[in-house]
Design a protein around this ligand. Structure first.
Ligand SMILES: Nc1ncnc2c1ncn2[C@@H]1O[C@H](COP(=O)(O)OP(=O)(O)OP(=O)(O)O)[C@@H](O)[C@H]1O
Length: 241
């Protein structure tokens, strides 16, 4: 039996953030173990996106700290945080956010090209991720030539191509119909799990949240609930990959 505790990927301590007189985060503590899928829920304006952005080194908190594998990341310069985001994190947003003028395979290869990989190797790796996600036939399609679900899977391939430690997703199914959303969540969980990555997502949708291992709720910038999802009620979708 393995008695070793699961290592911590992200640790946030006393996160505080204000926008003028608005307290977006009022002191949030959070420990995320490696391999966990975590859903952040809460009413509109409660601080979910602000928390995600603080954890992902997009917008540092005013107070408190964020550690990735024990190392502080919140106090780094913008260029250091940008490099960290490109190499250690993957991002998936409500609207896939692909570059419309580039074919799908180039969109997927972009993080590798930005990291300085030779084009041939980057495209080969992108093709492999697309194959794994069932997107082989779409390599040369531009985002406008794909369905919403296909575009989101291309965005997922792009989020995973650097084999990130953490995938951050903000309403990843928000722009999809229900069936496509269920399929996208199954693909997302499979891909993150196969990659031994960790998933942190923001959602308003309880069904999406219940596909995760753990759900936290934020209200007025404070963590008001933190619970593990009962495995027997966890919603499993049908894997497509
Ligand atoms: N850049 C900003 N400038 C001013 N106020 C902001 C900014 N970003 C967020 N806020 C405010 O901080 C609070 C928390 O916002 P946040 O976007 O984190 O909430 P949320 O829970 O993600 O909301 P939603 O579910 O509507 O996306 C809100 O009152 C919001 O208006």
């Amino acid at each position: 039996m393995n008695n070793h505790p699961t290592p911590t990927v992200l640790q946030a301590t006393n996160l505080q953030k204000r926008f003028g007189n608005t307290v977006a985060l009022g002191g949030v503590d959070l420990v995320v173990p490696r391999g966990q899928s975590l859903a952040i829920m809460g009413p509109s304006g409660s601080g979910k996106s602000t928390l995600l952005h603080a954890l992902a080194a997009i917008q540092p908190p005013d107070e408190g700290e964020v550690r990735l594998f024990g190392e502080r990341i919140d106090n780094r310069s913008e260029s250091q945080r940008s490099l960290l985001r490109r190499t250690k994190f993957g991002f998936l947003f409500q609207f896939a956010g692909l570059l419309t003028e580039l074919p799908a395979v180039d969109n997927v290869a972009l993080p590798l090209l930005l990291a300085g990989q030779p084009r041939g190797r980057a495209i080969a790796a992108a093709r492999e991720w697309m194959r794994w996600l069932g997107l082989t036939g779409l390599a040369n399609n531009r985002p406008g030539e794909m369905s919403g679900g296909q575009a989101q899977r291309v965005a997922l391939a792009r989020a995973l191509v650097m084999e990130p430690a953490v995938v951050f997703a903000d309403e990843p199914t928000g722009a999809l119909d229900h069936a496509t959303g269920v399929e996208t969540m199954a693909t997302l969980h499979n891909a993150v799990c196969a990659n031994q990555s960790t998933l942190i997502l923001v959602t308003h949708d309880p069904e999406v949240a219940h596909t995760c291992d753990r759900i936290i709720e934020i209200s007025d910038g404070l963590l008001t609930s933190d619970r593990l999802v009962d495995r027997s009620t966890k919603r499993e979708g049908t894997a497509v990959a």
